[in-house]
Design a protein around this ligand. Structure first.
Ligand code: ZN
Ligand code: ZN
Length: 285
């Protein structure tokens, strides 16, 4: 490994860390040192805004384009339908009200977890929630509530029904947030401010990229078992000599996961990545 290779590799890494994000009427270009906002409309054309990346504050929030009350109405209608399954006879009004409250908790707890927590925390807490609820099924007022549901859905289907009925609002929320939400992106550094309302998912990508630094890209790694089986087929990475199975789809040189880029779903070496990025239309030529 000569010094020139290291310098070249450094240059390639730098090039890779520069990225441009398409955010509706603007392009935002990020390098390790600067964030440049470039307008694409005639009013903003030529008036670039440059921010110091290390001092720039970045934030993103979601806004609904459709009045939110419409979604609340949908949820209320859904909840009313769900509560119908919990109506039972021969109990006091107070008990019925308690059972309704319990039903609402069953229905909205996973939704609340989903809104408030990360995906991982949501999965763990929701699983614990169901286990806790179903293992307490013998106790009042859960016992009466489940018996009421059982009369409608049949014996043995109570758990499945409740899980399905409480997961459905989550799917509704996912669909709504994908269809109806736009992003308010803010970049700030001292007196320089940039704020835009956009539908472009590029805004989310930009924020993730700026927060994580964006130098590392993780790829699917082979299980170790297969790696040892095919060790003979492994070749040293062109850049760092780490044994690897991956080869550049364009020039066939072996490259490790660290020194591989993705071009339209193809793994390529860093040189090919930097050379062809943004120029690809149909193939790798
Ligand atoms: Zn490498
Ligand atoms: Zn290549």
């Amino acid at each position: 490994m000569g010094g020139t290779v290291d310098e070249h590799l450094e240059w390639l890494e730098l090039q890779r860390s520069k990225r441009t994000f398409n955010i509706g009427d603007y392009n935002v270009r990020a390098t390790p040192d600067f964030i440049t906002v470039r307008g694409k409309t005639s009013e903003t054309w030529g008036r670039d805004l440059e921010l110091d990346r290390s001092r720039a504050k970045v934030s993103i929030s979601t806004e609904s384009r459709t009045p939110l009350f419409i979604f609340y109405l949908i949820y209320i209608a859904y909840a009313t339908g769900f509560l119908m399954f919990f109506i039972t006879t021969g109990i006091t009004v107070a008990t019925q009200v308690t059972i309704f409250a319990l039903a609402l908790l069953l229905m909205f707890a996973p939704l609340a977890f989903d809104v408030l927590l990360s995906t991982r925390q949501f999965l763990i807490l929701t699983a614990i929630f169901y286990v806790a609820v179903f293992s307490a099924a013998g106790y009042e007022p859960l016992a009466t509530a489940f018996k009421a549901v059982e009369q409608s859905v049949g014996k043995g289907y109570v758990e499945a029904f409740i899980i399905f009925a409480s997961i459905l609002p989550l799917l509704m929320r996912r669909m709504i947030s994908q269809m109806m939400i736009s992003y308010r992106l803010k970049l700030e550094e001292g007196p320089s401010k940039f704020e835009v309302l956009t539908d472009s998912p590029g805004a989310v990508e930009l924020v993730n990229y700026l927060r994580e630094g964006g130098t590392k890209r993780s790829f699917y790694k082979f299980p170790l078992f297969f790696l040892t089986l095919s060790r003979r087929k492994m070749k040293p990475c062109f850049y760092c000599s780490t044994p690897t199975l991956t080869e550049c789809k364009r020039c066939n040189r072996p490259t490790c996961a660290e020194h591989t880029g993705m071009l339209r779903g193809f793994k390529v070496c860093l040189d090919c990545f930097i050379e062809r990025r943004g120029k690809i239309r149909r193939n790798l030529r």
